[in-house]
Write a protein that binds this ligand. Structure first.
Ligand SMILES: Cc1ncc(COP(=O)(O)O)c(C=O)c1O
Length: 451
């Protein structure tokens, strides 16, 4: 049962097939280049695309726009401290701003950064600071046919092998991303985070949690980790984050806001220096330390959103909607990663289009056809987005929070089922132009179909 109702609406329309074909051509067969009014159901990302509550809008009206010492910043500090347990924060305009601030303080040229799986902007920031990003997913995490309760976990055994090879001095930072966006949004257990904590203590590394989807992750932990069966989602979130030295947050996800982010730093004297350096970097790149690139009203919206994100009604509904989409797609014969993650359903395009080799981007073929067929926008996360990494060719359908109703998602299921029906006739693609930084290619490259 939905735990909210609509109070404001935004018109959307499904352009006819001819318009969609023309729009796709103009976009160079890259759906990032489509105008949003040409899209009917937009599942490109769950980042900053959700609907805010009336309480968030009310708080925005009272946002304090002071350059320094904003009351809205104090509210945000209190919310982060209550919900995530970090009483020291450095605000940033969004998650990657927070990544730039934090990884700029922690990563030196030649360092190795370990992560369950680096998200694309995280990978790019590590590389930007001269580091080498190394993924440590658990076995099967990147295999769409393998399922399990905590396929997002960090493989400590694999991480130890890397440390044995390069030496612990070269590994100053270990990151755990919850949920694991690049491994189909799968959750990470609290037991795993405890193990990573012990590993970081062994090698003397700073332990960072990328907490973008901490509330969705906590919901899965409560469902699947017996120790937490009777805990509230808020309690699980606090427990899980309590093991990290620092966190980075994109408030565009479980902050339930359209903008914003922050770095959280543990309130412990051994991190005083990190906190001070992070603040100085933030002044350089983000803005003064009590707004960090956010308007006062954005700080206010995030402060309210974080508290809403751990309410039972919100998070049950959120995870339930995504799960429903996954189950319906599966029942309609669309190959999807099972069970669904917290924010998105991932279509296994490699299985759907076995005749298209990975280097011809089967995921992009499916993405383009979802748009052509029903005006649905998803995103390729495979060889096109992550060149040369041997990732499976997946298509992510990310569900914006509190935004679409069941009939929109039924349209998505019908569209995807139609694509699956004629998938064996889809052609692959080739890149015709791309930006210099390979890690960022899927945002702006242009392609053409190989007919
Ligand atoms: C796991 C993860 N980390 C970092 C980011 C970057 O956040 P932002 O898009 O707010 O810059 C994202 C965004 O999708 C993400 O999913």
């Amino acid at each position: 049962m939905r735990s909210y109702r609509a109070k404001m609406v935004e018109p959307i329309r499904l352009p006819d097939r001819e318009e969609r074909e023309a729009a796709l051509d103009r976009a160079g067969h890259n759906v990032f280049n489509l105008d949003s009014d040409a899209v009917y159901v937009d599942l490109l990302t769950d980042s900053g695309t959700g609907t805010m509550s009336d309480a968030q809008w009310a708080a925005m009206v009272q946002g304090d726009e002071a350059y320094a010492g904003s009351a809205s910043f104090t509210d945000l500090e209190a919310a982060v401290s209550d919900v995530l347990g970090f009483s020291r924060i450095v605000p940033a305009h969004q998650g990657r701003g927070a990544e730039n601030v934090l990884y700029g303080c922690l990563v030196e040229p030649g360092d190795v950064v370990l992560n369950n799986t680096h998200f694309d902007t995280t990978r790019a920031h590590v590389v930007e600071h001269g580091g080498e990003p190394v993924d440590c997913p658990v076995d099967g995490a990147l295999d769409p046919a393998t399922s399990g309760d905590f396929m997002g976990n960090f493989d400590v055994g694999r991480a130890r092998e890397v440390v044995d090879e390069v030496g612990k001095e070269r590994v100053p930072v270990v990151v755990v991303t919850v949920t694991n966006n690049s491994a189909a949004g799968q959750p990470v257990s609290v037991a795993n985070v405890r193990e990573v904590r012990a590993f970081c203590d062994d090698i003397g590394a700073t332990f960072v949690i990328d907490a973008c989807r901490f509330a969705e992750n906590a919901y899965f932990v409560r469902e699947r980790e017996p120790e937490f069966a009777d805990a509230s989602v808020a309690e699980v979130a606090r427990e899980q984050l309590s093991y990290a030295d620092a966190c980075i947050m994109s408030a565009k996800k479980d902050g339930l806001a359209n903008a914003g982010g922050f770095v959280g730093v543990r309130d412990d004297p051994s991190f005083d220096d990190l906190f001070e350096r992070a603040k100085q970097r933030a002044i350089l790149y983000e803005g003064f330390t009590t707004y960090g690139g956010m308007a006062g009203r954005d700080l206010a919206a995030v402060a309210v959103g974080l508290r809403e994100a751990v309410t039972e009604e919100y998070v049950r509904d959120r995870v339930g909607q995504v799960r429903w989409l996954g189950e319906r797609l599966d029942a309609a014969g669309v190959p999807v990663v099972q069970p669904a993650g917290g924010h998105a359903v991932y279509i296994d395009a490699g299985t759907m289009c076995p005749h298209v080799p990975s280097e011809e981007f089967p995921g992009q073929a499916v993405v383009c056809d979802l748009y052509r067929e029903g005006g649905v926008r998803g995103v390729e996360l495979g060889e096109f987005a992550f060149p040369g990494t041997d990732r499976p060719d997946l298509v992510r359908l990310a569900v914006p929070r509190r935004t679409y109703a069941r009939d929109h998602l039924e349209h998505v299921v019908e569209t995807a089922a139609a694509v699956a029906d004629h998938a064996t006739s889809l052609a692959g693609y080739e890149v015709v132009s791309e930006p210099p930084m390979e890690e960022l290619r899927h945002f702006s490259a242009e392609l053409r179909p190989l007919t």
